[in-house]
Design a protein around this ligand. Structure first.
Ligand SMILES: *Cc1c(COP(=O)(O)O)cnc(C)c1O
Length: 422
């Protein structure tokens, strides 16, 4: 292989199969209504950073204290990312190395508590995440997780019950944050509960980090001592994670990431996180965050008007949990029918769901990706109408395909950002 870049073969030349897959996936992403609430379109600037030669550098350790030579330049990237993260979220310290949201959570557990310690987290079927103590996840195997849920009537977090549970079990750490919860989280209330039992409060803002950055959701800063996140959801960055914390926990968090649970950081992804943080600090991103929530609320209203039931009665965030049983459907059937029409969502359990997670009574959907494409309230009414019609004709393949033609038109009118570097 030549080392002259002009003779370096392209991806299409080296591996036509993978080149074709990338190209077909790019077409798919731009030709469907991408409504999985944890997905988004990273900017070309972010994707360029991730696809850069920074992937070649080994940088175990932290800026100024690496276990490898030649890190002066990549140190600058990590310092930029750290400074931008602390400024944007108003926290003392940032660790931008976690490879994912899951790794960020594991690093905090490893750094702050010991195996066997008691932790409180939100139940999976109430909207919590696997890493908040589910039995199949390392968190549930290593630590003694106690779960809180939502109130049966309001389907919102029952903070009084949470306090009682905390008093009974005296956890060292309380985790708030969710993956399928449409309401804002009351971080101040959660901190008061943690203080009452002398626990540390960890806010996992994986889903809502972009809303928080853009001022469209209350911030955990000043309440949670430790905050974890994914970077590729509403924050619209590269696939990865981050931890932010009070100075007091900085050393323990850093050690939880490296050497606790990771080796060398992905410097290309850290550069992408720095770009993401720069983008998220702009007025345009604030407008994006506000519009994302407005869009979710318009969509929720449209679906409710069409006879569907919204878990908790609506949304204050970027996502909706739709109970499809009033239409005589189940989650999996509904999500599969929507996909035939080009509307990509995921089936989900709803609180106190009689169905197992492999079927679910609900469909989870969100507006982050559609809002990145520039869609607004008018389009959300149209999308809501298409969803309602698709669910109605869910057994009629031809009817679903014809709805798909309308979906394709809408997608053409609102093109996805240029995805791959060209
Ligand atoms: C998505 C998510 C995570 C995990 O993120 P990954 O990057 O997929 O590992 C953790 N916590 C919550 C609440 C999430 O929604």
């Amino acid at each position: 292989m030549s080392t002259d870049a002009n003779f370096e073969p392209t991806l299409a030349e080296v591996d036509p199969q993978i080149a074709d897959i990338v190209s077909r996936e790019e077409s798919r992403q731009s030709s469907v209504l991408e409504m999985i609430p944890s997905e988004n379109y990273a900017s070309r600037a972010v994707i360029e950073s991730v696809g850069s030669v920074l992937t070649n550098k080994y940088a175990e350790g932290y800026p100024g204290a690496r276990y490898y030579q030649g890190n002066d330049i990549v140190d600058e990237a990590e310092n930029l990312a750290r400074d931008r993260a602390t400024a944007l979220f108003g926290m003392d310290h940032a660790n931008v190395q976690p490879h994912s949201g899951t790794q960020a959570n594991m690093a905090v557990y490893l750094g702050l508590i010991k195996p066997g310690d008691t932790v409180m987290g939100m139940q999976l079927d109430a909207g919590g995440h696997l890493t908040h103590g589910h039995s199949v996840n390392a968190s549930g195997k290593l630590y003694n997780f106690v779960s809180y849920g939502v109130d049966r009537e309001t389907e919102t977090i029952d903070y009084d019950a949470m306090l009682e549970l905390a008093k009974e079990h005296r956890p060292k750490l309380i985790v708030v944050g969710a993956t399928a919860y449409p309401r804002q989280i009351d971080f101040a209330r959660a901190r008061a509960i943690a203080d009452e039992v002398e626990a540390v409060l960890m806010a996992d803002m994986a889903h809502i980090a972009g809303l928080i950055a853009g001022g469209a959701h209350v911030s955990p800063a000043g309440h949670a001592q430790v905050v974890t996140t994914s970077t590729h959801k509403t924050l619209r960055g590269p696939r990865g994670g981050m931890v932010l914390c009070d100075q007091k926990y900085a050393r323990r968090v850093d050690r939880g990431v490296f050497p606790g649970s990771q080796g060398g950081p992905m410097m290309n992804v850290i550069a992408g996180k720095a770009v993401m943080l720069k983008e998220a600090a702009t007025p345009a991103f604030q407008e994006y965050a506000r519009q994302t929530v407005e869009n979710a609320q318009v969509l929720a209203q449209t679906l409710e008007d069409a006879g569907l039931r919204l878990v908790s009665g609506g949304t204050e965030t970027h996502l909706l949990l739709v109970d499809v049983t009033p239409l005589g459907l189940l989650g999996k059937v509904a999500a599969e029918a929507l996909e035939v029409a080009g509307i990509v969502t995921n089936y989900n359990t709803i609180p106190f769901d009689p169905q197992p997670p492999t079927i679910g009574s609900g469909v989870r959907m969100g507006t982050p990706a559609l809002t990145t494409r520039g869609m607004r309230a008018e389009e959300m009414k149209q999308v809501g109408g298409l969803i309602a019609r698709a669910l109605e004709v869910h057994q009629d393949e031809a009817a679903l395909v014809s709805i798909g033609a309308e979906v394709a038109e809408l997608c053409e009118a609102f093109p996805a950002p240029a995805l791959s570097p060209r």
